[in-house]
Design a protein around this ligand. Structure first.
Ligand SMILES: [Zn+2]
Ligand SMILES: [Zn+2]
Length: 556
């Protein structure tokens, strides 16, 4: 048992996504967040990316609590997979704000785990005892209600994991971040601050969420036909502001998309969204109302392939058909990596004859992450001894470190970490310890973690350079080639000289088989390996490409 406190990020550093942090003291663990990431285009056929939580395997009984800062997928999405993989039998309780926990329950329900796991709503200021840790949630503002920072106190001091935050002075629900409590932590002496770095590259302060409302109303009031607004389904305050703008113009509201309906329902049941009686209509009823009387709120702001807006844009939505005169309003900006999918969706909408309004046309979106001055404010309020920037790629982590220096944190007390690298703090000070296993686990359909790097590499090769399949038949007696080898290819970019290359490949196969027969190599696996190596070299030589080469040897 070590007497040091360990802070081990398993995700969220060097990337924006899959946040998960292990805090460990006296061999007991509190886990803060269990998030996921969406795959990049090279991760073909992968649905979700999870942090590698091998560190926690076999240690489920050491985990005192899982605390979730807020309901976004990059903080909550891994929870059902994590609990299923670690084993739910003695699963630790899951804690968080009311909305966050309602979303957690809904996820666990979908994975049929809700009976086995205790999910506990925590109010701000309430203390959770978790082994050697006292855990407290501190209310913050973000692009989803009920976002919290987590303060974890041991006899070494207090660590604050901020979660995602901005200092919104005029939040839609009138509940600004609890700066008083943050300042108290600072006065008591904060040991370590692990803060959100997302907007460490943006000067100034983030605009308040409430700026979106009047601008949405302004945009809506100029629309003659139907209005379709797309935003993140979890941005419940944004949905509220769309509802308010619709109400002001006497338009009905229709929710489209599974997560939009689900999150809005959860939000309504907890009082975060108020929709006037009789205002909501079903998707089938949209056509029954005059165009100028309808606002549709839809998922798909990121161009997601199966989302409602994408399907509407491709005229493939079962209930809502868009037509010329409709205006589609993007009340969100694309997350880096999604720009292409969003642009494709927008272009399709123009093709139908819709008008499209984005955040470039009007200030109808506000980031949920504080800008540079807010990061400095957090540092000044909490006055940490040590700083470990979280939630950012290496550039943003670096910039966050610079901001800490600018407000007077000693450079040697700023720890720019990476996933798997534990910061160890004891009475003598803080230092990085030996690296632990970290990385990515892939979810491919229903399977988790089964997709090896090999499968991904194969998919990449197939998509980039195509495939050659060579079927060679050899004689059982002497291993000589019987008949002509068959050569097939798909997706290989050299159509013009296909026949010539096919002949050359056949000749190359024959040469390899002759050589093998002479050397009395008859084992099928070995023959296939030889064919593979010779053909791959030959193809690379001819085409300067590396398609997948799949030789099949049959003995007759
Ligand atoms: Zn986040
Ligand atoms: Zn977030």
């Amino acid at each position: 048992m070590t007497s040091a406190l360990r802070v081990l990020p398993l995700g969220g550093l060097g990337e924006i996504g899959k946040n998960m942090t292990v805090l460990e003291y006296e061999d007991r663990i509190v886990l803060v967040d269990a998030g996921l990431r969406f795959p990049t285009p090279e991760m073909m056929g992968i649905d979700l990316v999870l942090p590698d939580f091998a560190y926690l395997r076999g240690r489920v009984s050491d985990i005192e609590a899982i605390v979730i800062t807020h309901g976004h997928e990059d903080h909550l999405g891994c929870l059902p997979f994590l609990l299923r993989e670690l084993g739910v039998h003695d699963a630790p309780p899951v804690y968080g704000g009311a909305l966050t926990m309602a979303m957690a329950r809904s996820k666990l329900d979908e994975h049929k785990l809700s009976k086995d796991v205790e999910v506990i709503d925590v109010k701000d200021g309430e203390m959770i005892e978790a082994g050697p840790f006292d855990v407290e949630l501190i209310h913050m503002t973000h692009s989803i209600p009920d976002a919290s920072a987590v303060a974890l106190t041991t006899d070494l001091g207090t660590v604050l994991v901020t979660g995602d935050y901005k200092f919104d002075q005029t939040p839609v629900d009138g509940r600004p971040a609890d700066v008083t409590r943050l300042a108290e932590l600072g006065r008591e002496g904060l040991l370590l601050l692990c803060g959100d770095s997302t907007n460490a590259d943006r000067p100034g302060m983030a605009p308040s969420e409430t700026i979106a409302g009047p601008n949405l109303l302004d945009v809506f009031s100029r629309c003659k036909g139907r209005i379709v607004v797309t935003s993140f389904a979890s941005n419940i305050h944004r949905v509220q502001q769309v509802v308010d703008a619709a109400a002001a113009l006497d338009r009905k509201v229709c929710l489209v998309g599974r997560s939009m309906k689900k999150n809005t329902n959860i939000g309504r049941s907890l009082g975060h969204i108020k929709v006037p009686e009789g205002m909501l209509i079903g998707p089938r009823d949209v056509a029954k109302f005059p165009d100028e009387k309808v606002v549709v709120i839809s998922t798909g702001s990121q161009g997601e392939p199966l989302s409602a807006l994408r399907r509407m844009a491709y005229k493939d939505h079962p209930q809502v058909e868009l037509h010329a005169g409709d205006t589609v309003v993007f009340s969100a900006t694309p997350i880096p990596g999604n720009e292409r999918a969003v642009n494709e969706t927008i272009d399709r909408l123009y093709h139908i004859g819709c008008d499209v309004i984005t955040t470039k046309d009007a200030p109808i979106h506000a980031s949920g992450h504080g800008y540079r001055e807010e990061i400095k404010l957090m540092l000044n309020l909490t006055k940490p001894r040590y700083v470990m920037p979280f939630h950012g790629d290496f550039k943003r982590i670096h910039l966050h470190g610079k901001l800490a220096e600018s407000v007077g944190v000693a450079p040697e007390n700023i720890f720019k970490g990476e996933n798997g690298l534990p910061l160890q703090i004891d009475a003598k000070g803080a230092r990085f310890a030996k690296k632990e296993q970290s990385g990515m686990i892939f979810v491919d359909g229903v399977d988790i973690g089964d997709v090896t790097d090999v499968a991904l590499r194969d998919r990449r090769m197939l998509s980039a350079d195509g495939i050659f399949v060579v079927v060679a038949t050899i004689s059982e007696n002497d291993g000589s080639s019987v008949g002509e080898p068959e050569v097939m290819f798909r997706g290989v970019p050299f159509v013009d000289e296909a026949d010539k290359v096919r002949d050359q490949l056949r000749a190359s196969v024959e040469r390899t088989l002759d050589r093998a027969a002479k050397d009395e190599i008859r084992e099928i696996d070995l023959l296939q390996q030889m064919l593979h190596d010779d053909l791959a070299a030959f193809v690379y030589d001819k085409l300067k490409r590396r398609p997948m080469v799949l030789p099949v040897v049959v003995e007759v």
